[in-house]
Design a protein around this ligand. Structure first.
Ligand SMILES: [Ca+2]
Ligand SMILES: [Ca+2]
Ligand SMILES: [Ca+2]
Length: 312
């Protein structure tokens, strides 16, 4: 009788242990599932935010002319002083959200050399005379939070790393060796005075663009680096970048990257030119104006008249 009772007690204990293990496994599974759901939501939200930042940069590029049609006093500039469309804001080097007047607002202060792809990146290392970059420390830039004097918002301050082909920089002050102030790279894909070396179309020009996940032709990349900063591929100071979007379970640290391709950029800016070509074509060809060709006397010219002749 005692033996039978002991056996029953043992079976009962065994049953309880098995139930406990099964319950623990079930709870662990559910816990993992709940965490996964949270992480998936967070991941989707991060991706959405990145797409918004990209959209705002493209909006800025499309509206450069309108945004900068007046001076800081609100008076209209002469037509020869208005920038062409297509430019991107300079990076915020110290992460405070704004572009200071002590160098950050002018990010193209060295000459473009299409044979040296590292020179087309902003930010880049070992820069001198650019904001906080002292020629020794690695320069890292962020998408600026806003342009205060234009009431234009991009992203939370210091959150998104920002690399781009510096020819697209708003206020590229050293395109030309004469170091004029307020030099803008002519952005029309049929750039008049530079031949293929200055042609921004990666299919034509010498520089094939930034590379993201093995695909070239990007003009900019924006990175949400997560809690641990940029990964090795994205911080090695070359033109090759990678996203880690497949790693949902590592989303707190993974580098989420979104890029703007030349074709996407041209879709926006080219659409602006083509839909308004009839209006712009009334601009006299001898007038200093971004619509006309780039020259020493028309240094904000961008050759969009010539390109626009191809509009459907
Ligand atoms: Ca700043
Ligand atoms: Ca990271
Ligand atoms: Ca790299």
């Amino acid at each position: 009788m005692d033996v039978c009772r002991k056996q029953n007690g043992f079976v009962l204990m065994l049953f309880i242990v098995v139930v406990f293990i099964v319950a623990a496994l079930w709870i662990a599974t559910q816990h993992q599932r709940i965490i996964s759901l949270f992480k998936t939501d967070s991941y989707v939200s991060d991706e959405y935010e990145l797409r918004l930042v990209k959209q705002r940069l493209l909006n800025f590029a499309t509206l450069t002319t309108e945004l900068y049609s007046t001076n800081s006093s609100g008076n209209f500039k002469d037509s020869g002083d208005m920038p062409a469309p297509g430019y991107l804001p300079c990076p915020d080097l110290d992460g405070d959200g704004s572009l200071s007047t002590s160098g950050e607002e002018s990010c193209g202060n060295y000459e473009f050399d299409p044979t040296d792809v590292n020179k087309v990146l902003v930010p880049r290392p070992n820069r001198s005379a650019l904001g906080a970059c002292n020629g020794v420390d690695y320069c890292v830039g962020y998408v600026p939070e806003r342009l205060n004097n234009r009431n234009f918002y991009f992203a939370p301050a210091g959150k998104y790393y920002y690399f781009f082909d510096m020819r697209y920089a708003y206020l590229n002050t050293s395109l030309d060796t004469s170091k004029w102030d307020d030099i803008y790279t002519p952005l029309s894909p049929v750039t008049p005075n530079g031949g293929s070396a200055l042609n921004l179309d990666p299919d034509v020009g010498d520089f094939k663009g930034l590379v993201l996940d093995g695909k070239s032709g990007y003009i900019a990349v924006i990175i949400d680096a997560g809690d641990d900063g940029l990964n090795a591929e994205n911080s090695d100071q070359d033109v090759v970048f990678e996203s880690e979007n497949t790693s949902i379970f590592n989303s707190d640290n993974s580098d989420k990257v979104i890029g703007i391709t030349f074709d996407e950029w041209l879709l926006y800016v080219g659409n602006k030119i083509c839909t308004q070509y009839d209006n712009f074509s009334h601009v006299s060809e001898s007038r200093l104006h971004w619509f006309n060709g780039y020259s020493i006397t028309n240094k904000k010219g961008s050759g969009w008249r010539q390109w626009g002749q191809l509009c459907p």
